[in-house]
Design a protein around this ligand. Sequence first.
Ligand SMILES: [Zn+2]
Length: 64
Amino acid sequence: MAVQQCKKSKQRVRQRKAQIRYRGLEATTCRNCGAPCLDHRICTACGYYDGKQVLQIKDKAAKA
Ligand SMILES: [Zn+2]
């Protein structure tokens, strides 16, 4: 059985655990158009996912 060499204090454990908390959604850039978008989601600016056109995005100028 593994035996720990010395007891970690509550402070040390809590400082380590504080690093692995949820930090909210992190935006990345689209590889097709470079716009900020979320990982594992279709780019809302150009409609590309994994290098392929998945959605047809209408122009904002056409909507207005
Ligand atoms: Zn894009």
